[in-house]
Design a protein around this ligand. Structure first.
Ligand SMILES: [Zn+2]
Length: 89
């Protein structure tokens, strides 16, 4: 009989995350296709510098992230979104 080691110390399973749960806002709203004309929505996926947020930060799924990048580039071309945000101050 081997003595069972008491490793049954309960790990702190409850971690306290203060960040909100990430989800794809397009999937949530059941929007299948990303519209480049809806630039207000696309601005959520932009940094202050005008860069596109990566999917792991924005929380978008891969299906929509591909469309978001295309839509942002298209919107930039149509000058709906600025390439670089102007610095303030
Ligand atoms: Zn999605």
């Amino acid at each position: 009989m081997r003595p069972t080691k008491s490793y049954s110390q309960n790990k702190p399973s409850k971690k306290f995350y203060f960040s909100k749960k990430k989800y794809c806002i397009y999937c949530k709203d059941r929007i299948r296709l990303v519209d480049y004309k809806n630039y207000k929505m696309l601005e959520r996926f932009l940094l202050e510098t005008g860069k596109i947020l990566p999917a792991r930060v924005s929380g978008a799924c891969s299906y929509h992230q591909k469309q978001i990048t295309k839509a942002i580039k298209r919107a930039r071309h149509m000058s709906l979104i600025m390439y670089i945000e102007p610095k303030r101050g």
